[in-house]
Design a protein around this ligand. Structure first.
Ligand code: PLP
Length: 367
């Protein structure tokens, strides 16, 4: 059956790239879709649902409570707002005017990333002031401590491949500095796979995407200390209204977290490896390429299909990528090594039938 995109003349996409917002992030399980349909087809008291969703998700993160949000950005923004206002409704109704509130958010310069939007702008959206500490390639712990003053609201740590990986103050040390000064620390763990690790380390709030690793609907969550999470929920009666999530996505996230947390990781990794093996097999008679199976650089249990375009093809890897993206279906790949002549295919976002379509298209392009 044709997808609703194809039915409406929208170019279909094969995602062999990763959890990219620009491609729709991930696809949901049928069970999640069924949950969402039931949620969307019935009424509910939203405040009760918001609390219940937190109750259902928190056992999977180990935190005291969880606030569901429309995405990670909202989780970061609302948690910072909650830290600044507490549960004071007068202050909540004033955000983003933070006059008289502690409103500085300390972040390492190497963490000031643009993940598709600048994280410093997300901080400012709450009325907070990002205080960038250190240098693009190095931050010292004493610089973090030196930036703390009576206006400091919290520290923010970004755990991501987008960040500078060398020379930064570690999360362990940031947590210690924050707590030595009686300040909370928020962790942006948007695309991270471990839902428990940062809470277990002592972070006060951890923000996740519901659609990246968790493979739920467009959604997000902040999980952490009850005091901050309850204040966050109150912000939905203020500026948080511009970040409304809705009943069906709340329940979709609840189901997706449950499915994700109960997943057999070994079997999941094996299924992805089988996809890579079948792609390697399907690429056997494509000319002028060298195909191999490579394992994740960051040591995760992920393998990918690596295709090196040989000079005999008369095409560079960059040109091949352009042709893959320009066709219908558009095929998006992982291009970290494209300058070195290699294109990677990530099996995780690939769905049934993609292997054959990718092989066919590469045969057209390369002969
Ligand atoms: C993707 C990403 C975000 C944004 O997530 P959304 O759910 O799209 O708002 C924030 N931080 C990091 C590190 C990310 O990778």
């Amino acid at each position: 059956m044709k997808s609703v995109y194809e039915q409406n003349g929208i170019r279909p996409v094969i995602n062999a790239s990763g959890r990219m917002t620009a491609l729709g992030v991930s696809t949901i399980a049928k069970e999640t879709a069924e949950y969402m349909f039931s949620a969307a087809s019935n009424y509910v008291v939203i405040d009760e649902l918001l609390d219940k969703a937190g109750e259902l998700i928190s056992p999977f993160t180990g935190a005291e409570d969880t606030c569901v949000t429309p995405n990670t950005s909202a989780a970061i923004c609302l948690s910072i707002a909650a830290i600044m206002t507490g549960k004071d409704m007068a202050k909540i109704e004033r955000i983003p005017d933070t006059t008289g509130m502690k409103n500085e958010v300390i972040i390492q310069k190497g963490h000031c990333v643009d993940y598709g939007a600048p994280i410093t702008q997300i901080i400012r959206t709450a009325g907070a002031k990002p205080v960038e500490v250190g240098f693009s390639n190095k931050t010292n712990a004493y610089s973090i401590e030196g930036a703390i003053n009576e206006n400091t609201a919290c520290l923010l740590y970004v755990k991501s491949h987008h960040c500078v990986q060398k020379g930064m103050v570690s999360l362990e040390d940031m947590i210690k500095i924050a707590h030595d000064h009686n300040l909370p620390i928020v962790v942006d763990a948007s695309a991270e796979e471990d839902l428990r690790k940062y809470i277990a380390m002592g972070a006060d709030v951890v923000c996740y995407s519901g659609a990246k690793a968790i493979e739920g609907p467009t959604s997000g969550m902040a999980t952490g200390k009850k005091e901050i999470i309850s204040a966050m929920k109150l912000h939905y009666k203020g500026f948080g209204r511009v970040m409304k999530i809705g009943k069906e996505n709340m329940m979709g996230l609840v189901k997706a977290v449950e499915i994700y947390s109960n997943r057999d990781e070994e079997a999941h990794a094996k299924m992805n490896e089988e996809k890579v093996d079948s792609l390697i097999e399907a690429l056997k008679d494509v000319n002028n390429i060298k195909v191999s199976k490579v394992f994740d650089e960051a040591g995760r249990k992920i393998c990918r299909c690596s295709v090196t375009i040989l000079p005999e093809s008369g095409k560079t890897a960059k040109e091949v990528v352009k042709e893959l993206e320009g066709g219908s279906p558009a095929i998006y790949t992982r291009n970290h090594y494209v300058n070195l002549g290699t294109i990677n295919f990530d099996p995780r976002p690939m769905i049934d039938g993609d292997v054959e379509k990718i092989a066919l298209r590469l045969k057209e392009i390369l002969g």
